[in-house]
Design a protein around this ligand. Structure first.
Ligand SMILES: Nc1ncnc2c1ncn2[C@@H]1O[C@H](COP(=O)(O)OP(=O)(O)O)[C@@H](O)[C@H]1O
Ligand SMILES: [Mg+2]
Length: 153
């Protein structure tokens, strides 16, 4: 994938896009993988992208064009060979609770209940006690009332 969404403020305004502060910024980001066969795959080549606070962005493209690679870099689960990613001006160096990621495949802990799966992130951040009520709110929000103590299977 090679892309740039750098547009003038006027173009953005005409398109009804939010102006204002750039929150997430990708500059000239490149990521090449080595394949098992000993070759290389250029997944991202000099990709630049700005996402402003409050902006909702979709990455669209055919399978293999680099969408997941881009999201993994933003999540801090992978590092680019070239270019830079920043959030609020700070370089992205690794995973952070400020950048969430919903995986394409399920990513549940099979040995934990639904309630404990939802609570896992809160526990990792040591904020479970003050947010315990949120767990039941979320179970309700997705129509799983009564299944909090069930396991994913
Ligand atoms: N770990 C990897 N090793 C080798 N090649 C990879 C790896 N991950 C992705 N690729 C290759 O990089 C390209 C982009 O992949 P990906 O970001 O998963 O695309 P998308 O999510 O848009 O389908 C593809 O050609 C893919 O085969
Ligand atoms: Mg993908």
């Amino acid at each position: 994938m090679a892309a740039s969404n750098t547009t003038s403020e006027q173009v953005r305004e005409d398109a009804g896009l939010p102006g204002g502060v750039v929150a997430l910024s990708l500059r000239d980001v490149s990521r090449t993988y080595e394949t098992a066969a000993g070759g290389t795959v250029e997944a991202l080549s000099h990709v630049s992208l700005d996402v402003r606070r409050g902006e909702f962005v979709s990455l669209l493209g055919p399978s293999g064009c680099g969408k997941t690679t881009t999201l993994r870099l933003i999540a801090g689960l992978d590092q680019p060979q070239g270019g830079e990613l920043t959030l609020d001006g700070e370089p992205i160096r690794g995973a952070s609770h400020r950048r969430g990621f919903v995986f394409q495949q399920g990513a549940l802990f099979n040995w934990l209940t639904i309630r404990e799966n939802i609570a896992a992130g809160l526990r990792a951040r040591h904020v479970y006690q003050e947010n315990a009520g949120r767990v039941d709110e979320l179970i309700h929000a997705v129509g799983l009332d009564g299944f909090g103590d069930a396991y994913p299977h």
